[in-house]
Design a binder for this molecule. Structure first.
Ligand SMILES: NC(=O)c1ccc[n+]([C@@H]2O[C@H](COP(=O)([O-])OP(=O)(O)OC[C@H]3O[C@@H](n4cnc5c(N)ncnc54)[C@H](O)[C@@H]3O)[C@@H](O)[C@H]2O)c1
Length: 362
């Protein structure tokens, strides 16, 4: 029997509840020993149920020998600096997506972790579900991959964390916050290859933030393969759909849970996981965070695992750099000025729960 992995959580905000839920379910394999937040009360609230230390000082927690691993769930612009400090302290690190603000910073992290001999994993949570594992495990059955389509459109009625509102258009909003999930899926399907051509269009419909809230991306990969991605924060009836065109037929993954091959249903969720996939909070996402944590523990313990490596995540961030640059080249005027009144969305017409805070309250 292994000792439970000693974990420190950095950033005790909205998404931390999902990670702590996973830690609670895996008590035989992982133990929360510290929670860090610049808001000490938030750190205390996270630490207290686990009997962990609460702190507002990351350096102090990184000096604790019982901290073997660090989970970084702070705002995006802190990931690179905090992850680098954890690596330098010899800790394994799981970083929420995106791994770093730029591909170059992400690659530097991956290299630093490799040099130090610690695990660096990225929180591309939504490849860690049963349908996605089935897809990879049965890949050979489907023939040659020709094309991938991803549609992932949700509705956020304005910023879900205060720092969303202040992100500059050139830093990306949906392209930095949401696209990492869709692009991680595409990159996973394309293996070791990165796209040879990138085309991107982005637009802003809402006024509560400065960055783009809708985008379409077209990617050409080596070997005549291609991919399209459509993401939006403006869709009141959620759509989450992945279609893979193989030489032997079509794989469709609906709502991250239902996998069909040539319309035959091969994977479906456990009862109660999908209550109403059209609305925010209508799907239980807890198992993704649990599996992600299991895979990270396996990686930290040197066992076979499906964690997303720092090097693979860095390739995805480098791709986002290219997409952001292309979207701005093609139409910064669709993002930078506030949408004119005739385009304003009636966002108050859609009253929906925040999926993550709801879980924290539950
Ligand atoms: N995997 C997913 O599906 C998913 C979903 C939501 C968010 N995220 C990612 O998780 C991260 C956090 O997002 P969130 O929505 O929970 O944000 P949040 O703002 O709710 O939480 C961030 C927390 O970090 C704390 N913080 C700020 N500065 C800090 C510092 N210097 N040191 C320590 N703590 C500090 C804040 O006080 C806050 O409690 C983001 O990178 C986001 O992209 C991932």
């Amino acid at each position: 029997m292994e000792n439970p992995l000693g974990l420190a959580l950095v950033g005790c905000g909205r998404i931390s509840g999902a990670h702590l839920g996973a830690v609670g379910q895996l008590a035989d394999r992982v133990r929360l020993v510290a929670a860090v937040d610049r808001d000490l009360a938030a750190a205390q609230a996270a630490a207290q149920p686990f009997g962990a230390v609460a702190s507002d000082d990351l350096a102090q927690v990184l000096a604790m020998p019982e901290v073997e691993a660090v989970l970084i769930a702070s705002p995006n612009d802190l990931h690179a600096e905090q992850a680098m400090a954890a690596i330098a302290a010899g800790k394994h690190v799981l970083v929420e997506k995106p791994l770093a603000p730029t591909g170059a910073q992400a690659l530097a992290l991956a290299q630093a972790a490799a040099d130090k001999g610690v695990v660096l994993a990225a929180g591309h949570t939504y490849r860690q579900g049963p349908a996605f594992h089935y897809l990879l495990d049965h890949w050979q059955n489907f023939g040659k991959l020709m094309a991938v389509e991803v549609t992932s459109c949700v509705r956020w009625n304005g910023p879900q964390a205060p720092w969303w509102a202040t992100r500059k258009p050139e830093e990306g909003l949906i392209l930095s916050l949401f696209a990492p999930h869709s692009l991680d899926f595409v990159q996973m399907c394309m293996g070791a290859d990165d796209p040879i051509r990138v085309h991107a269009e982005a637009a802003r419909w809402q006024t509560g933030w400065q960055g783009e809230d809708q985008a379409m991306i077209l990617l050409a990969y080596p070997g005549r393969r291609m991919a399209s991605v459509h993401i939006s924060y403006n869709q009141p009836s959620i759509i989450d759909r992945k279609v893979l065109h193989f030489s032997k037929g079509v794989v469709e993954i609906e709502d991250g849970e239902f996998l069909r091959f040539n319309r035959e249903l091969l994977v479906k969720p456990a009862p109660g996981v999908v209550r109403d996939a059209r609305v925010m909070g209508g799907r239980d996402l807890g198992h993704y965070f649990r599996i992600q944590m299991e895979e990270f523990i396996a990686a930290a313990r040197g066992r076979p695992h499906r964690s997303v490596s720092g090097f693979d995540a860095a390739r995805t961030i480098a791709l986002i750099d290219r997409i952001l640059a292309d979207a701005r080249r093609n139409g910064a005027d669709a993002i930078d000025p506030s949408p004119p009144p005739e385009l304003a969305l009636d966002i108050t017409a859609n009253v929906q729960a925040d999926a993550f805070s709801r879980r924290k309250e539950a």
